[in-house]
Design a protein around this ligand. Structure first.
Ligand SMILES: *Cc1c(COP(=O)(O)O)cnc(C)c1O
Length: 231
């Protein structure tokens, strides 16, 4: 049951927060509904879940169009191609996967046209995995300085997809590094920049991520079951 799983994850988030003296209201659960049917989203909505994550713009738009007038917030968590930016801006409340200045500029352009200030996160490949998107930790500061000059995007913070692992503890240093990175950026006092979002932690490691300062955890499999990509 999705309801039970959501309750379990919320309770685990509370426990982890208690452990490190954080206020659980600082942590947002994003239910990652990619590849899953609308019926599952509606079921989650019934339990008060309002934040959803999708990795494809098209799928996000289709689902959004089918949801009746309900307060749903969409998080685009997958890699974004420049030809999909217009659509992404039209539906996403937050774009987690900004990994270049050219993409940020494209988002800025369409956000201006839409009369919107688009919340974005910079995706950081904190473990330096070859297969992953995202900038290196060293590339973050120069990119932040450039993004600071854009009028129609608001940089809220950073996102990372930590390595896949059976032992969440092995990702703790990566989550810690992300937190340090956020603190460092705020200390630079860059005009226009004050970041407070850390999107990190998935089904296998969100508890550790919360202990290390995650403000948004992205949980898919644990809530909705394994995904089938063959269809
Ligand atoms: C699919 C996905 C998730 C959810 O992963 P689970 O292991 O199913 O919880 C989180 N973040 C991103 C970027 C994803 O693509």
């Amino acid at each position: 049951m999705i309801a039970d799983r959501i309750a379990e994850v919320r309770s685990e988030i509370r426990l982890r927060c208690e452990k490190v003296n954080r206020d659980p209201s600082e942590v947002t659960l994003i239910a990652v509904s990619k590849t899953k049917p609308l019926s599952m989203i509606l079921e989650a909505l019934e339990c008060g879940q309002t934040e959803f994550g999708e990795n494809k713009v098209q799928e996000m738009c289709e689902k959004q169009a089918q949801i009746p007038e309900r307060p749903v917030h969409w998080h685009l968590i997958g890699h974004l191609q420049s030809n999909k930016v217009k659509k992404a801006v039209s539906v996403a409340d937050m774009i987690h996967s900004v990994d270049s200045l050219s993409l940020a500029k494209e988002i800025d352009k369409y956000a201006e046209k839409a009369g919107k200030c688009q919340d974005i996160l910079i995706e950081v490949n904190v473990a330096g995995e070859e297969s992953k998107f995202g900038v290196t930790p060293e590339e973050v500061l120069p990119l932040v300085k450039e993004i600071a000059l854009l009028q129609n995007v608001r940089l809220r913070g950073f996102m990372t997809v930590a390595p896949y692992t059976d032992d969440a503890e092995t990702n703790r240093p990566y989550f810690r590094r992300m937190h340090d990175l956020m603190v460092d950026i705020n200390r630079k006092n860059i005009d226009n920049i004050s970041v407070d979002v850390l999107s990190m932690g998935m089904s296998g490691d969100y508890g550790v991520a919360v202990e290390e300062g995650a403000t948004h955890v992205r949980v898919g499999t644990y809530l909705f079951g394994e995904r089938d990509y063959s269809k």
